[in-house]
Design a protein around this ligand. Structure first.
Ligand SMILES: Nc1ncnc2c1ncn2[C@@H]1O[C@H](COP(=O)(O)OP(=O)(O)OP(=O)(O)O)[C@@H](O)[C@H]1O
Length: 556
């Protein structure tokens, strides 16, 4: 809605479909009010009598404005009522404004409104003024570097980008440099070393979570190198990345998209990028013996999830069905892994893993790095304050036999698990939710797993504990890593492996870590959360009522 004190930049009478409209543009919004149709006027209704309420589109949600093509102008298209010759002659020019419209399930779509103008000069003036307003908006990207993984998911990345995303970027006047990767790690290596990043306002990856992981590894490495920081130093603070990252979902797992925009829809993600949304995101560094192993933005899982991933990697030929197969096999094998988890709880923060809050667009906790911001307590925001706080806080230690050890740095919600592994986890509060699943019966573990697929509390079980932490370490009791799977099996080796996997054999192999879907063949690791290390082109999941979700231009 246009605020009373806002001075309109432009105000004119145009024709929308067959009705005359009062159209107003201010710095904040474009509004139009229908004044009446020809028919209504013929029946004696006053031309000035408003027929409908205001329609209002915030300028920050306009994608583009352009003068309409002659073809559109000369033909009365569509099944609706036709414009009369009289209006056609009185309003010979036209321009179209494209804006974001909400569809169901957090999806965004583009919508167009075409206004007929009395002259080409007026039309031109409006288009130019809207474009000037768009240029003045901060945060919109102009130049993007795009990496497409042609082999991610159903191998549709290239087609999805070319057919659904590139036309939107072009309409929004975003220039792109597109690279279709030839091999794994190409994007990571180029971003880490040779890519001329000064030329771009952001990097977009087209693929799944694995492709996103490649891109952030490259960007983080480059940023630390440029800042003269050593990534191998486990205790060191990392420099945040300047370039924002956009994800066009085209993989088999699109966890980051679900957590950051609420859906895995390429058009929605493209529109978030075009509007220049920014969403900070925490990233965990994973070290061992002062050597960086990897970064993790979503899930680190040892025990159950580590075993599922390790097993599924040997069954790639099965396609996506391998996850269900390996999940069942791992569930039945019911391994326990003994070791020690030490963690630094995040005290002095607002949220907890079992509260009812959910990380949503404009999240209050993420705005304050998760810290308590009440008036009677001091907010510690500087790095020194946080370091001091960490020093004062006490590490806690848990020894035990674990079915699973998981660290969820975001909710990890997806269609199979609508609430995710840790429903109350936040994208950028500087913490990860450490979930320890202790020794339990198969039935108990099954109940715990099933809770992830419905809305029951998966932490409400006596063998599960959950802590919101800033760092943790795991030290396995046994130092033997499970041998990396061999590519070619003969039947004898398969039998040996199955025997080893059987609990009765109780060979004390360690599990491996699943780190955002990549296997780490080390059990002993040290993890530290880096608050808001990456910025995404996203705004978080919008918490809107179903009616609002489906609204077009807002009626005021
Ligand atoms: N041209 C390429 N050839 C082979 N692999 C590639 C190529 N480009 C990227 N990759 C790798 O493919 C892996 C999977 O990619 P992506 O995440 O896009 O798809 P996915 O189907 O979701 O993956 P996953 O099968 O791991 O769930 C990534 O780890 C990435 O490093």
């Amino acid at each position: 809605m246009m605020m009373e004190h806002e001075r309109p930049a432009l105000s004119s009478r145009f024709v929308l479909r067959v009705a005359v409209c009062e159209v107003t543009l201010s710095r904040a919004s474009l509004t139009w009010t229908e004044l009446g149709t020809e028919k209504a006027r013929a029946s004696g209704a006053r031309r000035d009598a408003p027929r409908a309420g205001n329609n209002c589109v915030p300028v920050c949600e306009i994608i583009a404005a352009q003068e309409a093509e002659t073809a559109i102008l000369s033909i009365n298209k569509g099944s609706g009522p036709s414009i009369s010759q009289e209006l056609f002659r009185a309003y010979p020019s036209a321009f179209t404004v494209s804006y974001v419209e909400r569809a169901s399930h957090h999806r965004w779509r583009t919508s167009d409104v075409t206004f007929r103008c009395p002259s080409a000069a007026t039309c031109h003036q409006w288009v130019q003024t809207i474009r000037e307003h768009l240029v003045m908006l901060s945060g919109r990207p102009m130049r993007l570097l795009v990496y497409i993984n042609p082999y991610g998911g159903k191998q549709q990345g290239k087609r999805i980008y070319e057919q659904r995303v590139a036309p939107l970027f072009a309409r929004a006047s975003i220039s792109t440099h597109v690279i279709v990767t030839q091999f794994a790690e190409q994007a990571r290596d180029e971003l880490a070393s040779s890519a001329d990043l000064e030329k771009y306002d952001g990097v977009v990856c087209v693929g799944g979570d694995g492709m996103f992981s490649e891109v952030i590894h490259g960007l983080i490495a480059r940023t630390q190198r440029d800042a003269g920081l050593d990534q191998n130093c486990a205790e060191g603070k990392l420099a945040p990345c300047r370039l924002r990252v956009g994800i066009i979902p085209a993989g088999s797992t699109d966890c980051i998209c679900y957590a950051s925009v609420g859906t895995n829809d390429p058009v929605t993600s493209a529109l978030h990028i075009i509007l220049g949304d920014s969403q900070p995101m925490d990233v965990c560094s994973v070290h061992r013996n002062d050597k960086l192993l990897r970064y993790s933005a979503s899930l680190l899982g040892y025990g159950f999830y580590g075993d599922v991933l390790a097993d599924s990697e040997t069954k790639r030929w099965m396609g996506p069905a391998r996850y269900s197969f390996s999940g069942l096999k791992t569930f039945l094998s019911h391994h326990l892994y003994e070791g020690t988890v030490s963690f630094l709880p995040a005290t002095d923060i607002l949220g907890s893993p079992r509260d009812k809050t959910r990380c949503r667009a404009g999240c209050r906790l993420c705005r304050h790095d998760g810290q308590l911001a009440s008036e009677d307590r001091q907010v510690c925001r500087t790095d020194e304050d946080i370091a001091e706080k960490e020093h004062q806080d006490k590490w806690q230690v848990v020894h035990g036999k674990f079915r699973a050890i998981n660290a969820a740095t975001m909710s990890c919600a997806c269609p199979r698990s609508p609430e995710g592994l840790s429903p109350a986890a936040h994208l950028a509060d500087g913490t990860t939710d450490l979930i320890l699943v202790h020794r339990c019966s198969r039935l108990g573990f099954l109940c715990h797993l099933l809770c992830h697929t419905n809305r029951k509390d998966q932490f409400d079980m006596d063998f599960v504990e959950v802590h919101r932490v800033r760092s943790f370490r795991f030290t396995p009791k046994h130092g033997v890593s499970r041998p990396e799977p061999e590519k070619k099996h003969n039947s004898k080796k398969v039998l040996q492996q199955m025997c080893r996997d059987h609990p009765a054999c109780s060979v004390p192999f360690n599990s491996s870590w699943s780190c955002d879907g990549e296997i780490l063949h080390h059990a002993a690791i040290e993890v530290r959360v880096h608050c808001g290390l990456i910025q995404l082109f996203a705004r978080g999941i919008e918490d809107r009522s179903p009616a609002e979700q489906l609204s077009g231009p807002r009626a005021t």
